[in-house]
Design a protein around this ligand. Structure first.
Ligand code: SF4
Length: 228
């Protein structure tokens, strides 16, 4: 009985999740998948178990933040910091820290043992997000802190602001916004279907029905509706 109630709680939360602006996690992601999110295209729903794991990740972040809030060497200037209002993108960094000399944007990421063990450098998608935080907060240094959810081991990577990377990410998002407004579905990833993004993509089924190159959303929507 409880399992069904708890699962329903999580599954209801993801229903009709229409998107109207970019999240910071969209930076560097497959443009077609982000387009489909904006259009609320049919997707494979995430299992309640996965959604609970996201919640668990949030708890792990709080656990990691606790000592930082009470030690002298580091001052937490702000936690759960939203990027300022602008039209393109929204996001919330875990914290801004000070060591008494410099400021750092902190982003905490949790992962399972297997991924953690093989992690030798910061993941590209996490660097993209952190770079955008550095840009919007105007802070030149950031820290990606990875937590092994199973053993609570930590690994950290210091990241310097890279203005060229940020300009490229922002340009891509601006171009994607134009495609979204004009109903132009972006091309598939060049390494479709081998990409890890395709492997976990909630839109894989409808993406498979389309073409490799750009398509018109209105025409493609009719094709999807016929198969539903
Ligand atoms: S299946 Fe791959 S190419 Fe298609 S939308 Fe998903 S991530 Fe993009």
């Amino acid at each position: 009985m409880l399992k069904e109630i708890i699962d329903k709680f999580y599954l209801d939360k993801q229903k009709n999740k229409e998107q109207s602006h970019f999240y910071i996690t969209d930076a560097g992601k497959c443009q077609r998948a982000v387009f489909f999110k904006f259009k609320n295209a049919p997707r494979v729903e995430m299992e309640a178990r996965i959604l609970r794991m996201f919640d668990h990740g949030d708890q792990v972040h709080q656990l990691i933040m606790r000592p930082l809030l009470s030690i002298r060497e580091i001052r937490v200037v702000a936690s759960e910091v939203n990027i300022g209002p602008q039209e393109l993108i929204s996001g919330r960094a875990d914290a801004i820290l000070s060591d008494g000399k410099d400021l750092y944007v902190l982003d905490i990421k949790s992962m399972n043992s297997m991924i953690f063990r093989n992690l030798e450098e910061a993941k590209e998608e996490n660097i993209n997000q952190l770079q955008l935080y550095l840009h919007f907060f105007k802070i030149p240094k950031g820290i990606l802190l990875y937590v092994n959810k199973d053993s609570l081991e930590l690994k950290e990577f210091l990241i310097d602001y890279n203005p060229n990377l940020v300009q490229s990410l922002l340009k891509t998002l601006s171009e994607l916004k134009i495609k979204i407004d004009k109903n132009i579905i972006p091309s598939r990833l060049s390494d479709y279907p081998e990409s890890w993004q395709c492997k976990y993509c909630q839109f894989r089924e409808i993406c498979d029905m389309g073409e490799q190159n750009e398509m018109n959303w209105e025409d493609f929507k009719k094709k999807i509706e016929k198969t539903e």
